[in-house]
Ligand binder design. Structure first.
Ligand SMILES: *Cc1c(COP(=O)(O)O)cnc(C)c1O
Length: 380
């Protein structure tokens, strides 16, 4: 039998062995890790909602009303009125005709992409797209073409070469490890010119971008029947799961055929109830988004040269080598600050980085401590 020990040792020696931290309480900016109180810069709970009392109450009352487990897939008998209400609210929230809930963003991408492209079709992906999009593209069996990050000229020349196949352009709306935003209006223009569909994975934009948190479409003020929108609900929304939104027929096709929808148990309805509470807060409390922008500006004004350019709560501090990046992350943790080191294969070789993610629940004093520690450690 294959021994994994040598492989694991190899990972350890290359500084690539990953270790999980165990939180001893709720997610948030103040976390308890190994008995120690720390300030966290590593969650995607951008708006500070994961532990909000309104969401907790909604989940509890949802559990009392609907129980805990959904008990079956949506097509058997696991689809409930809470799911139905959440889907309507989500479609309205992003301004598209229809939406469908999935249990995770990973599954939403797998399901949507395999419906939008198959063996005889072509998919065009940004090189820095999220792993779930790449996996989905591979599973679809479509011809996969990857273009350099944000390179619209390269995308256009690939699209121009594809001839009559059905085409699907796929991109992170906000890139998860870089924090930059895809040029969606330009991409939509190309999709129109070459008759392609455009799938936007807005995992890091939903709730964060746009005046009321509607995400990337509201940020750019665009809409189009070519757009298939994927939003995830475990990040800014503070809950779990994801949704695919777009035209009514596309969504109905997902219900019929998306394997990661059909062959899986429905999400607990209590989570759909928590999501409804979350959507209310996201829409109403724009101070959370305003605060995120102010926090990002503060960080950038002090660490400008070391940060990748980003106007989102994802602020990458590039270190370069894996070991140095790990050491810096470890040193910060000793000082009570958790900032994750992101290494290959998640990011390209030689671009290991600390991925600072901000939350509306951070204070300016929190950031000042982090800035001082980073300046101290790296003389930037
Ligand atoms: C987190 C993430 C996903 C996966 O979403 P989950 O709900 O966590 O499975 C998909 N795409 C992007 C860009 C992400 O950052």
């Amino acid at each position: 039998m294959h021994s994994f020990r040598a492989e694991l040792d190899q990972l350890e020696q290359s500084g690539l062995l990953r270790r999980r931290r165990t939180l001893e309480g709720p997610q948030g900016v103040r976390v308890q890790v190994d008995g120690k109180a720390c300030t966290s810069y590593c969650s995607n709970d951008y708006l500070g909602l994961a532990n909000h009392p309104d969401l907790i109450e909604a989940a509890c009352s949802g559990a009392r009303r609907f129980g805990v487990g959904a008990g079956a897939s949506h097509l058997l008998c696991g689809h409930g009125s809470a799911h139905e209400a959440a889907e309507q609210a989500l479609a309205e929230f992003v301004g598209l005709p229809a939406a469908l809930l999935f249990s995770t963003g990973y599954m939403a991408n797998i399901g949507a992409i395999s419906i939008l492209a198959g063996r005889n079709d072509a998919i065009f992906c940004d090189r820095l797209n999220h792993a779930s999009l790449n996996d989905a593209a591979l599973l679809s069996r479509a011809k996969l073409r990857r273009y350099p990050h944000l390179d619209m000229a390269a995308l256009e020349s690939l699209l121009a070469r594809e001839g009559k196949r059905r085409k699907l352009v796929v991109t992170d709306a906000v890139f998860s490890m870089d924090g930059d935003i895809a040029p969606v209006p330009k991409m939509l223009e190309l999709c129109e010119r070459y008759d392609a569909a455009l799938l936007l994975d807005d995992a890091h934009g939903f709730g964060v971008l746009g005046e009321s948190g509607g995400g990337i479409l509201s940020h750019f003020g665009i809409s189009s029947p070519r757009i298939v929108y994927v939003g995830t609900l475990g990040k800014a929304a503070g809950v779990a799961g994801a949704f695919v939104a777009g035209g009514v027929d596309m969504v109905q096709m997902l219900v019929q055929r998306a394997r990661s929808y059909v062959y899986t148990t429905a999400q607990p309805p209590m989570l759909a109830e928590a999501l409804l509470a979350s959507l209310k807060l996201i829409g109403a409390e724009s101070w959370r988004r305003e605060r995120l922008l102010k926090l990002a500006d503060h960080l950038k004004s002090h660490l400008k040269s070391a940060l990748l350019p980003s106007d989102t709560p994802i602020q990458p501090f590039v270190v370069g080598e894996n070991e140095a990046c790990m050491a810096l992350s470890a040193r910060l943790q000793e000082e009570g600050m958790i900032v994750p080191a992101i290494r290959p294969p998640t990011v390209p070789k030689g671009s290991a980085r600390l991925r600072i993610s901000l939350s509306a629940a951070h204070t300016f004093e929190d950031l000042d401590r982090l800035i001082a520690a980073l300046k101290n450690a790296s003389a930037c």
